[in-house]
Design a protein around this ligand. Structure first.
Ligand code: GLU
Length: 309
């Protein structure tokens, strides 16, 4: 039994990511589970800096005191596992471009996802041959319009229609939904705690887990951090990474304190440790609204307190 944190090494973790990692750690540890880490570096494997970014991400988690079990799993080293899973599924090639799907599909869902309308299931032999000559296909799973309901610890029941989603992209890279499910099963993950931008992917992933003979995990999606305008927090919003905050004179434990305050687990400026937070954590009392981050709140406090000494 284990929970996990699975960052993509596209950029340094910001406060919202670190907070989700902390909640995932608290939820796993408070329920007697192990805690695993996975680097989701499939998309970025051709980017030379992805390895460095991933190592900084892992370093940040360690600096905050979020320990983990087992070795870190790197998705770029697990290509044969994804290929093996694809072999066990009912799939078909899809030649559609993004634009063709947008034109054929109904309006996107609230999360921007467009369910696949099944165009390539119904290709004539002649049309297929013409497409084969000019385009490389993606591989889709045949889901047959299944519906799947998952229960999220905080959001409750979420039901989704499972479309014929992509398993392997047309550049040959395994798709996120495939890799996540294969890895969670292989790593013994039975508790998936992550940002709530992925809540709507859960029915698809739970369906795939069952399709592969596994038991879908328990889900717990954490509200995201937002900036002053209520938009998803990003690096351009100011000093929002651990390195930024250390640059301002903060310490990792003060940053842990900032995250703890946002979770209602500590008072402002109270010294905290992960062990203390674990003793206080109660999943039922997690704030259900996005966390509004305003760097000027802590920037001024840290810069002023350091300049007095
Ligand atoms: N790698 C994903 C991200 O950084 C998270 C995937 C997951 O937790 O399932 O957003």
């Amino acid at each position: 039994m284990a929970g996990r944190f699975a960052p993509s090494p596209t950029s340094d973790l910001h406060l919202g990511n670190l907070r989700t990692a902390l909640v995932a750690w608290l939820l796993a540890r408070s329920s007697g589970r192990g805690f695993r880490l996975r680097v989701e570096d499939l998309d970025t494997q051709r980017v030379a800096a992805a390895g460095d970014t991933a190592r900084r991400q892992l370093g940040d988690l360690a600096a905050l005191g979020l320990d983990h079990d087992g070795t870190v799993v790197w998705q770029s080293r697990r290509l044969s596992a994804y290929a093996g899973a694809v072999d066990r599924l009912d799939t078909y090639p899809c030649y559609c471009t993004r634009r063709e799907i947008a034109e054929a599909a109904s309006a996107p869902h609230g999360d921007g996802y467009r369910p696949y309308p099944g165009t390539c299931l119904r290709l004539s032999a002649a049309r297929r041959a013409a497409l084969e000559a000019t385009r490389r296909p993606a591989l889709r799973v045949r889901a047959g319009g299944a519906r799947m309901t998952v229960t999220d610890l905080w959001a409750g029941e979420v039901t989704g229609v499972v479309d014929d989603f992509v398993l392997v992209r047309n550049d040959g890279v395994p798709a996120y939904n495939l890799a996540v499910v294969v890895d969670d099963l292989a790593m013994g993950i039975d508790q998936v705690c992550r940002g709530d931008d992925l809540l709507s992917s859960s029915p698809r992933q739970a369906w795939l887990a069952a399709r592969l003979g596994g038991t879908p995990p328990a889900y717990a999606h954490v509200p995201l951090a937002v900036n002053r305008d209520g938009k998803r927090l990003a690096k351009r919003d100011g000093a929002v990474t651990l390195a930024d905050l250390i640059g301002l004179g903060g310490t990792p434990s003060e940053v842990l304190g900032l995250l703890a305050v946002s979770l209602g687990l500590a008072e402002p400026r109270e010294p905290v440790t992960t062990a203390l937070l674990l003793g206080r954590f109660d999943a039922a009392r997690l704030p259900r609204r996005p966390w509004a981050v305003d760097p000027s709140d802590y920037e001024a406090a840290w810069v002023n307190s350091r300049s007095i000494t």
